[in-house]
Design a protein around this ligand. Structure first.
Ligand code: IMP
Ligand code: MG
Length: 180
């Protein structure tokens, strides 16, 4: 048995998520057609753990060569809040220098995590650097971050499912639920 939530609380359904991924992939495919030279590929940098489902679904709609890499970041905020103090639990393994990087995150909230990650990656001089997120909560932003692809903007609700967790629970759910 999964730890299912009441289906009344479905905020974004599995079908809607699929649509968001297809639309995002279409934009990304279009843009990289003009960016990638022959024999070039994109290093997709996936933020663990939350973005694993999003990234797994999205990259299978991309029509150019990719390499996958993973980072895991931790921030010292308590509970549902993140903070400005972010650190790496796991850094990239593919050297970013001179590569086309596409960072994928499942949701951008305060922006602190993404800002830290982008600063770190930029410092190693990639050939290009873009960001895609399935969801964004603009009303929660504390720091400005450049985002190239956003699946959907959402209001300030705490969301779980499709990789998003509360205390590590609910990541496996196919739909996205609002907990509050
Ligand atoms: P930020 O640094 O505040 O932008 O936080 C980003 C990270 O916090 C996301 O990548 C998620 O892992 C987590 N997060 C933000 N909002 C939610 C939510 O509504 N549900 C679950 N996790 C969230
Ligand atoms: Mg995340």
């Amino acid at each position: 048995m999964t730890e299912d939530l009441n289906s009344d609380k479905i905020y974004i359904s599995e079908d809607q998520i699929r649509e968001l991924n297809v639309t995002l992939a279409r934009q990304i495919n279009h843009d990289y057609e003009g960016i990638l030279g022959p024999d070039e590929y994109v290093v997709v940098v996936v933020t663990l753990k939350g973005a694993m489902f999003f990234a797994a679904d999205l990259v299978r709609h991309l029509n150019f060569p990719v390499r996958l890499d993973f980072v895991r970041l931790a921030s010292y905020g308590a509970g549902k809040e993140s903070s400005g103090t972010v650190r790496f639990v796991k850094d990239v393994e593919i050297p970013p220098q001179g590569k086309h990087l596409l960072v994928l995150d499942e949701i951008i909230d305060s922006g602190n995590t993404l800002k830290f990650l982008m600063g770190h990656l930029k410092a190693s001089h990639p050939k290009s650097l873009k960001v895609g997120a399935l969801l964004s909560k603009p009303s929660r932003r504390e720091v400005e971050v450049k985002m190239d692809y956003i699946g959907r903007e959402v209001e300030d609700r705490f969301l779980v499912g499709y990789g998003l967790d509360f205390d590590e629970k609910y990541r496996q759910l196919k739909d996205i639920y609002a907990l509050d």
